[in-house]
Design a protein around this ligand. Sequence first.
Ligand SMILES: Cc1ncc(COP(=O)(O)O)c(C=O)c1O
Length: 366
Amino acid sequence: MAQRALARVDLGAIERNARTLAAVAAPAGLCAVVKADGYGHGMVRAAEAARAGGATWLAVATAEEARGLRAGGLEGPVLVMGALSDAELAVALAARADVVAWREAFVERLATAPGAAGTGVHVKLDTGMGRLGTRDPGEATRVAEAVAGRDALRLAGAMTHFATADDDPGFLAEQLAAFTPWARAIKDAHPDVIVHAANSAATLREPAARFDLVRCGIAVYGMDPFQEDPAEHGLEPALSLTSYVAEVKDAAPGQSAGYGRRFVAERPTRIGTLPIGYGDGVRRALTNNADVLVGGRRVPLVGTVSMDNVTVDLGAAEVARGAEAVLIGTQGGERVLAEEWARRLGTINYEVTCGISARVPRVHVR
Ligand SMILES: Cc1ncc(COP(=O)(O)O)c(C=O)c1O
């Protein structure tokens, strides 16, 4: 019997994507970004697969995520990229994670925190993202020297983050021009420092952004940072989202499906009901605005997406109850990419897979 809602994650695909990205980045190393439960793919299993594919670093947003990686048995370098409260800092240090700094006051706080001995610190220059980091290269250098001057701490990295690597190469070039001389000066003074800046888009499009290490998230999961076809970069989507046809019923002209009667049959047809809905991450804005693969062909999602069900127009085709339905993934020769959902929803593929809810079991396969 098919499962109600299932996210199947192909760990082999993640491993191959990591290998592809590591080869693109070489001689720079690969840091796999596995925050937000591995972009919805399952953090620990995704991290293991990325490691197997050659990722030498793992990055997360929160201290709790770093703790989760250690609890899952992952050793080796882990970077917490986000801002840290005192309580979160304690969790990050207990997880033996590296942390990011851009204010001297934080370095003071860190150096005197219990368990800080030996902690790697990455100094962040804000070259245009406008979120974390300092915009002032002088301050960033002072922070780096403050770290280097503390016996308890290790100056481990010099970093920035790009705002437009996916859609504005001009601004990417400006950020790169702001970052490169500062990072070079830090590296000249501290040769062991790892310089890192590139996300997936910058890794794929801008060799000068790769430095010592690239931080790839979306591409590791086989999604396209440019919102087109991941295959253009040799990437394989790792996640598929499936359900099944729980009910099939005839609909005569004038009969409707779903809340608000937003689908009314105009001709005799057959409606299939799939027991998956916005409670699982099938966003309500996909109402009358998606295709599902059933019997190896695309059928339109019709009617309002409910919390627990969606309906599809099967037309005249004979579809048995229990038939598999693919909402994201491939079936027969057809495929629906997360990028297609993103386009229909006016969002990005990141939000599509992160939005698959905790109610959906992740099954990891090879
Ligand atoms: C600081 C930082 N670096 C790298 C990444 C990875 O970006 P991407 O998933 O586009 O490769 C992220 C993700 O948002 C990030 O916040």
